[in-house]
Design a protein around this ligand. Structure first.
Ligand code: HEM
Length: 507
C-alpha cells in the first residue's frame, strides 16, 4: 500500500503519475479542456466544504445524473447485433423493394428482447421474445419489428395499453401476478392461441440464436405494376429451435439470468455467426375472402399457404457500445420503404403511430439522426431544428415545392390504392374464429410438451380468481377438450362449469 500524499501538491503528483504510467491521451472536460486533477474535489482547505467553482466535479456529477434515458415501455431488456441480409430469390413479381433485388446485400441491425419487465430483469422470465430487424436499404430504412411467436394476444391496438398494464407488476404492490392478466384476457378469447404458446416451452427459449422470428402482421408487397400481395414474413433459424422445459429454465435462473444476451455475444465473438432464412407467405387481395377467419387478424397464422424462401441473414458483429447502439436504436413498424406497405390489420395500424411517438419521447426529436438509426442514404427534407439537432437543413430552401431548388417526388414510392365502401364504425372484426388454431397448436405438441404446458398454465390458473379461471378454462376446453380437461384438473376447477361455459362459445 502507498501512503496517500496529502497537501497542495497531491493532485499534481497524482496527475503526473497517471500521465507517465499510461502515456494516454489527456483526460478532458466536455469542452475539451484538459483536467488537472480527477482524484480529489477542490475544497476550502483540508476540512472545508467542496467549492462550486470545481467545474470538473460539477460536470462529472451532472452528466452522471443524466445517464439514463427512459427505458422502453415494453421490450426494455434486449441485446443487439450487426449483420447482413442477402436476397437470394427474384421476387420482382411481388415487390419493387430494393432490399429484395436478387443477389443484393443489405446491412442489418437486430435487437432481441424480452417484453414485460425492465432493463435489467432476468432473461429467464416467461415472455414472448422480440426479434426486430433494421435493414439499412438503398431506399431508406425498413424495420421488421417482430416476435418469436407468429401470433399476438389481441387484434386491436386500442387494447394494447390495457393488456400491457395487466401483464406488468401490480401498480399497488409492484408484485408479479399472472391472475391480473387472466382477469383481463378472460374478456379476450382471441388470446387463446398466443397464451398456449406463452405457457408452452416456447415461452422460455434456450437462446436467441435458436429461435425463429415472425413479422406477425400481414404487410403489403407492391410491385412495379402497382399490384398488391398481402405478405407474412418469418425468420427460420438455421441453428435449430431449442427451448427450456420448466426444470431447465429454473436451473438457468439460478445460474445465469443473462444467458440469452451472453450466448449471442459470445457466439459472435468466437466467430460462430448465427443465420436465419427469411420466408414469405403471400395472398392476393381477392384471396382474403377465402378463409373462415380474417387473414388480417394478428391472432392468426395462415395455415396451408405455401412459404417462399427469399433470403438469408447472418449476424457477425457485436455492438461496440450497448447504449449507443442497442439502447438507442429506434425500431418502428412505420419505417417502411417503397414496395412494402402496411396492411389494414388493426393492430399494425396502431403500431404505425405508437413506436415513432414513443421514440420522440425516448430518444428525442432528432433520434433518427443518431448513427445507429441514420439511413445509409441521404435524408433530404424540410424537417428541421429541435433538441440535439446537428445537421439536416443545409440550404435556404426548407420547403417543397420550390422553383429554386426542388426536392423531387419519386413516382415508384406512391402508395398503392385500396378500394373502400361503407361507413365508419366501431365494431369487432367479422370471422373471429378464436379457438380453432389454438386447438391445432396444442395437438401439434409432443406428449412431453403437452404435459409441460398443462402443468405450467394450469398452475398459474389455479391462482386465478374463480370466475376468470373458469372462463379462461372454457376457452382452452373449446380449443381442445383434452387440453381443457388437463388444465381444469391442475387448476383444481369445476369441469362441469367449464363445459357449460364452453358450450356457449362460438368459433
Ligand atoms: C417495442 C408498442 C404490438 C414487437 C415496443 C415499444 C412500444 C410498443 C411503445 C417500445 C418502442 C421503443 O421504445 O423503441 C406496441 C403497440 C402494439 C405492439 C402499441 C400493438 C398495438 C407488438 C407486436 C409485436 C411487437 C404485435 C410483434 C410483432 C415489439 C418489439 C419491440 C417492441 C420486438 C422492441 C423493439 C426493439 O428491440 O427496439 N412496442 N407494440 N409489438 N414491440 Fe411492440
Amino acid at each position: 500500500k502507498f501512503a496517500q500524499p496529502t497537501g497542495a501538491w497531491a493532485g499534481a503528483l497524482a496527475a503526473s503519475l497517471l500521465c507517465l504510467s499510461a502515456q494516454a491521451a489527456p483526460l478532458t472536460r466536455d469542452n475539451g479542456a484538459p483536467v488537472g486533477n480527477n482524484q480529489n474535489s477542490q475544497t476550502a482547505g483540508p476540512n472545508g466544504p467542496a467549492l462550486l467553482q470545481d467545474v470538473q466535479l460539477l460536470q462529472k456529477l451532472q452528466r452522471f445524473d443524466r445517464e439514463r434515458i427512459p427505458e422502453r415501455v415494453v421490450h426494455a431488456r434486449g441485446t443487439g447485433a450487426h449483420g447482413e441480409f442477402t436476397a437470394t430469390e427474384d421476387i420482382s413479381d411481388l415487390t419493387l423493394a430494393k432490399v429484395f433485388e436478387k443477389g443484393s446485400t443489405t446491412p442489418v441491425f437486430v435487437r432481441f428482447s424480452t417484453v414485460v419487465h425492465g432493463l435489467h430483469s432476468p432473461e429467464t422470465l416467461r415472455d414472448p421474445r422480440g426479434f426486430a430487424t433494421k435493414f439499412y436499404t438503398a431506399d431508406g430504412n425498413w424495420d421488421l419489428v417482430g416476435n418469436n411467436f407468429p401470433t399476438f394476444f389481441i387484434r386491436d391496438a386500442i387494447k394494447f395499453p390495457d393488456m400491457v398494464h395487466s401483464f406488468k407488476p401490480d401498480p399497488r404492490t409492484n408484485l408479479d401476478d399472472d391472475s391480473r392478466r387472466f382477469d383481463f384476457l378472460s374478456f379476450h378469447p382471441e388470446s387463446t392461441r398466443t397464451l398456449t404458446l406463452l405457457y408452452s416451452n416456447q415461452g422460455t427459449p434456450a437462446s436467441y440464436r435458436q429461435m425463429d422470428g415472425n413479422g406477425v402482421h400481414a404487410y403489403k408487397l407492391v410491385n412495379d405494376q402497382g399490384e398488391v400481395h398481402y405478405a407474412k414474413f418469418r425468420w427460420a433459424t438455421l441453428q435449430g429451435i431449442r427451448n427450456f422445459d420448466p426444470k431447465e429454465n429454473e436451473a438457468m435462473q439460478g445460474k445465469d439470468y443473462s444467458h440469452l444476451s451472453r450466448d449471442l455475444i459470445e457466439a459472435i465473438d468466437r466467430g460462430d455467426h448465427p443465420k436465419w432464412d427469411l420466408y414469405v407467405q403471400v395472398l392476393k387481395p381477392e384471396q382474403l375472402a377465402d378463409f373462415e377467419f380474417d387473414p388480417l387478424d394478428a391472432t392468426k397464422i395462415w395455415p396451408d399457404v405455401p412459404e417462399r424462401k427469399i433470403g438469408q441473414m447472418v449476424l457477425n458483429r457485436n455492438p461496440q457500445n450497448i447504449f449507443q447502439e442497442t439502447e438507442q436504436v429506434a425500431m418502428a413498424p412505420a419505417n417502411l420503404v417503397p414496395g412494402i406497405e402496411p396492411s389494414e390489420d388493426r393492430l399494425l395500424q396502431g403500431r404505425l403511430f405508437a413506436y415513432a411517438d414513443t421514440q420522440l419521447h425516448r430518444v428525442g426529436t432528432n433520434g433518427l439522426s443518431l448513427p445507429i438509426n441514420r439511413p445509409q442514404v441521404e435524408v433530404n427534407n424540410g424537417n428541421q431544428d429541435g433538441a440535439m439537432n446537428f445537421g439536416q437543413t443545409t440550404t435556404s430552401v426548407n420547403y417543397q415545392p420550390s422553383r429554386r431548388e426542388n426536392r423531387e417526388e419519386t413516382p415508384r414510392a406512391v402508395y398503392s390504392q385500396l378500394p373502400l365502401s361503407g361507413t365508419t364504425q366501431q365494431a369487432p372484426i367479422q370471422r373471429e374464429q378464436n379457438f380453432k388454431q389454438a386447438g391445432e397448436l396444442y395437438r401439434s405438441f409432443s406428449a412431453k410438451e403437452k404435459k409441460d404446458l398443462i402443468n405450467t398454465l394450469g398452475g398459474e390458473l389455479a391462482r386465478t380468481d374463480d370466475e376468470a379461471k373458469h372462463i379462461m378454462l372454457s376457452f382452452f376446453y373449446k380449443a381442445d377438450t383434452e387440453y381443457g380437461e388437463g388444465l381444469t384438473r391442475v387448476a383444481k376447477a369445476d369441469l362441469n362449469r367449464v363445459k357449460t361455459l364452453a358450450a356457449e362459445l362460438q368459433d
